[in-house]
Design a protein around this ligand. Structure first.
Ligand code: ARG
Length: 402
């Protein structure tokens, strides 16, 4: 009996060719697994295709709830945004997909898992490292990293073996998408000087074509998790879907980034992430109101560590567990409602409230009812500035640097 391998199957050209190529090269039976992470594809058709091109078995797994609850929302709580701009949609889905591959491999008695990642991206790292953490005995096969075919050669291989070449392969772009965002690479986008043509975008209107009237939206959070839109309680999937549509319609969510891949390459990345952009803005606004200054400063460091770690494929590391513990603790008062204005490509926070708000009107106001004791500032400043004053007297040259 042939050994079995569980392949992460998207239905695209590379993974379709991979099914045939693995049979030829390794003489293994391929079990195709397609994870539904909200990418909006007809997954019934994807499954059929896997079988048609030679998989012995094809599974579609609805992982949307798992993805939102255990990957996207924890990343939101962490404020994990890579290099300050990328909400990590693809990066967050990879450890989940790896875990599904491992689960199926165990159930099916497979000796290997496989994926369609090339040898120059981040995704290969994320999947390989995740598999190594979860099931070190499993072998990982990465056909697109091994076969050394150009895109043209891959298409020729597909045609030779009667593998349908999807219409989307005619598109010059490489796209990956899930509920948390959409990534677009290749074609003219590889010239960082070229503005992305409109046909790159599928989820967002251009600012020009967005409605002239603003859309105000209120998002409520409980312990850092978004729970309602405009007062309507919603499950995570619906909430993210609704915000993707709403913000996308107003042109919010486009990102154009020169990104540093883990493998040392700078690459030009276009993203659409309407819901994520709105939710990060809202979440940060609520934290600004409910966390103390020191907590905010330290949280930002944790956020940067989390983002790098997710980007770099270390989801299943102990370090991640440690950071998650901090993040969870930090969210215990991040409850309240944020009001945002979506207008012509811009998402702006215009209001926030929380039962745990640390903002005290009586302390902040310049009007009637001011309770801040201004006379106390004199003594405070005297002691705060004392070391500067002493040093300036004894080492006066310090002044010349100002
Ligand atoms: N640059 C992004 C990342 O590393 C997006 C990758 C998109 N992946 C893909 N297979 N098209 O997370």
């Amino acid at each position: 009996m042939a050994e079995k391998v569980v392949l992460a199957y998207s239905g695209g050209l590379d993974t379709s060719v991979a099914i045939r190529w693995i049979k030829e090269k390794y003489n293994m039976d391929v079990i195709a697994v397609t994870a539904d992470v909200g990418g909006d594809k007809d997954l019934g058709a994807v499954r059929e295709k896997a079988l048609k091109v030679g998989a012995v078995k094809a599974l579609v797994i609805d992982a949307r709830e798992d993805f939102v609850d255990h990957f996207a929302f924890p990343a939101l709580q962490a404020d994990a945004i890579y290099q300050g701009v990328y909400p990590l949609a693809t990066a967050l889905s990879r450890p989940l997909i790896a875990r599904l591959l491992v689960d199926v491999a165990e159930k099916e008695g497979a000796s290997a898992v496989a994926h369609g990642c090339t040898g120059k991206g981040n995704d290969q790292v994320r999947i390989d490292v995740s598999v190594a953490a979860l099931a070190p005995h499993l072998r990982v096969i990465a056909p697109a990293r091994e076969w050394g075919m150009t895109r043209e050669q891959t298409i020729a291989y597909a045609k030779r073996h009667g593998i349908p070449v999807p219409v989307t392969s005619a598109s010059p772009y490489s796209v990956d998408q899930n509920l948390w965002g959409r990534s677009i690479e290749c074609g003219v986008l590889e010239d960082p000087w070229v503005e992305p043509p409109e046909d790159v975008f599928a989820w967002t209107a251009s600012a020009q074509n967005a409605p002239d009237q603003p859309r105000y939206v209120e998002i409520s959070f409980e312990k850092g998790i978004p729970t309602s839109i405009d007062g309507r309680d919603m499950d995570g999937i619906s909430l993210v879907q609704e915000l993707n549509e709403m913000a996308g319609r107003h042109g919010v969510g486009r990102i154009d980034h020169i990104e540093d891949r883990l493998v040392g390459i700078k690459s030009r990345e276009i993203y659409e992430a309407p819901a994520a952009i709105v939710l990060f803005a809202a979440h940060k606004a609520l934290e600004a109101m409910t966390l103390a200054r020191d907590q905010l400063r330290f949280k930002q460091k944790v956020a940067d560590e989390c983002a790098d770690l997710v980007y770099n494929g270390l989801w299943f590391s102990s370090f991640h567990q440690d950071l998650v513990a901090y993040v969870q603790s930090s969210q215990r008062h991040v409850t309240g409602t944020v009001r945002l204005k979506l207008l012509k490509g811009v998402c702006r926070v215009v209001g926030r409230k929380s039962p745990y708000s640390l903002y005290r009107h009586a302390l902040a106001t310049y009007d009637e009812g001011d309770q801040f004791d201004q006379s106390a500032s004199v003594g405070f400043i005297h002691i705060w500035g004392l070391p500067v004053k002493v040093q300036a007297q004894i080492q006066p040259e310090n002044k010349s640097t100002l």
